[in-house]
Design a protein around this ligand. Structure first.
Ligand SMILES: [Zn+2]
Length: 74
């Protein structure tokens, strides 16, 4: 499954990665369920691996219900 609903909108792996990154990404892997809950609203969190540039691979996390997001960069 690749398309998921986030904050009431259908997203693809790529558009979810772009929500997390804040700009366009080169490539994204299929969306997965992160085994964690949002620290802000306790809803389910999705995970997506993506490449913001040719030299970087990031795993991003995004809450399905609110604006919370995070990457493993930090
Ligand atoms: Zn949330």
């Amino acid at each position: 499954m690749s398309n998921r609903v986030v904050q009431g909108r259908m997203v693809t792996a790529e558009s979810l990665a772009e929500m997390i990154e804040g700009e366009s990404v080169m490539e994204a892997e299929p969306i997965e369920d992160a085994d964690r809950q949002c620290p802000d609203c306790a809803e389910d969190v999705l995970a997506v691996g993506y490449m913001p540039s040719v030299t970087e691979f990031v795993t991003g996390y995004k809450c399905q219900e609110c604006d919370w997001r995070e990457t493993d960069r930090d």
